[in-house]
Design a protein around this ligand. Structure first.
Ligand code: NAI
Length: 334
């Protein structure tokens, strides 16, 4: 009997999982905060481990003698120690296609919301003493057709963003050193060969690269200073890609007009709260309508949630029960 372990209490029943896995698989649903809290018997039995929000360290993996596959129930797999998994021949798979459109829509919603001054005017209209019924002058608002959009990471989501943004009239340029030549021609967008080449033309910058040793901190103060005056920055990828303190400096200087963040370096934001988030929560006047934060919700829709559940079980079934595993992250890639 093959055992698949779900350590987080995600669902109130396991009917769908039983349906996908079939009778030869035992599904264990547990409710622990971290993997280290699992009991020995569960770890000893599990051949498949399903991960949504938890982290999997080398020490965690050492407790699973029979483990053959870890499925990350989402796109990013940075929370799994993949080197340790690879050393044991444990497959690491993700679910790459459950929320591509949702994240792209979310990124567009953030950039359009900021560039149309929605949050600024919305907040002003429902303030304790509402603003008068007129336009607030702000560097945020510009005609979209005059703006360059810079995309970092032209994978599934980055491409979906490019296609949507073109329809709005953005001049789209991407930076992704791993995309083959000709990608730009297929999509009718421009290509920058380096990040430094991309940034000066990015009136809106949207991040869609995974978190890797190479991308961690790739947007620090020096890089963000290369953006044009009055730029807007959108991050729906991973928080550690961008230095939050540097973003605050440039927002305060007015060099960056606004930012939309669905992801943060630490989630949920910890104690002490980063200064930028403190100012945001305190509704400090200098930041009015310029910063929008959503709680890593870009992927979310009921349909995407349903897709995660089914597709992650199907991915685990393919890894454990067939000789054609799907969505395997190559051990050498980050
Ligand atoms: P993907 O793997 O299809 O695309 C990532 C792209 O980034 C690839 O084309 C890759 O070549 C590129 N890339 C890698 N290193 C790079 C570098 N140093 N510089 C520039 N580009 C680089 O992944 P997908 O599905 O497009 O997702 C992108 C990211 O979005 C995920 O890794 C994840 O972190 C994030 N995400 C966030 C969600 C949310 O709810 N906020 C939900 C789903 C994904």
């Amino acid at each position: 009997m093959t055992t698949v372990l779900y350590p987080e209490a995600l669902y109130s029943d396991d009917a769908l999982e039983r349906d996908v896995f079939g009778p030869g698989v035992r599904v264990l649903m547990r409710d622990v905060g971290v993997i280290a809290e699992l009991n020995e018997a569960d770890c000893a039995a599990a051949e498949g481990l399903m991960i949504m929000r938890q982290w999997v360290t080398a020490q965690d993996l050492a407790r699973f003698p029979r483990l053959r596959a870890v499925v990350r129930m989402g796109v990013g797999y940075d929370r799994i120690d993949r080197a340790a998994a690879a050393a044991r021949g444990i497959l690491v798979c993700n679910v790459p296609d459950y929320g591509t459109a949702e994240v792209a829509d979310h990124a567009l919603a953030l950039m359009l919301g900021l560039r149309r001054g929605l949050f600024l005017h919305h907040d002003a209209q429902r303030a304790a003493s509402p603003a008068s019924w007129k336009v607030i002058e702000t560097p945020l608002v510009r005609r979209i057709e005059t703006l360059g959009l810079g995309i970092v990471g032209l994978g599934r989501i980055g491409t979906a963003v490019a296609l949507r943004a073109r329809a709005f009239g953005f001049r789209v340029t991407f930076y992704d050193p791993y995309r083959p030549d000709g990608t730009e021609r297929a999509l009718g967008i421009a290509r920058a060969r380096t990040l430094e080449e991309l940034l000066p033309g990015a009136d809106v910058l949207s991040l869609h690269a995974p978190l890797t040793p190479e991308t961690r901190g790739m947007l620090g103060l020096d890089e963000l200073r290369l953006l044009p005056e009055g730029a807007v920055v959108i991050n729906t990828a991973r928080g550690p890609l961008m230095d939050l303190a540097a973003l605050e400096v440039l927002l305060r200087e007015g060099r960056i007009a606004g930012a939309g963040l669905d992801v943060l370096p630490e989630e949920p934001p910890g104690d002490p709260l980063p200064d930028l988030l403190r100012a945001y929560r305190a509704r400090e006047a200098w930041l009015a309508g310029r910063l929008v934060v959503t709680p890593h919700s870009a992927f979310h829709s009921p349909e995407a949630w349903e897709d995660i559940r089914r597709k992650s079980a199907e991915t685990m079934a393919a890894a454990l029960l067939t000789d054609q595993p799907r969505n395997v992250i190559p051990p050498e890639s980050w």
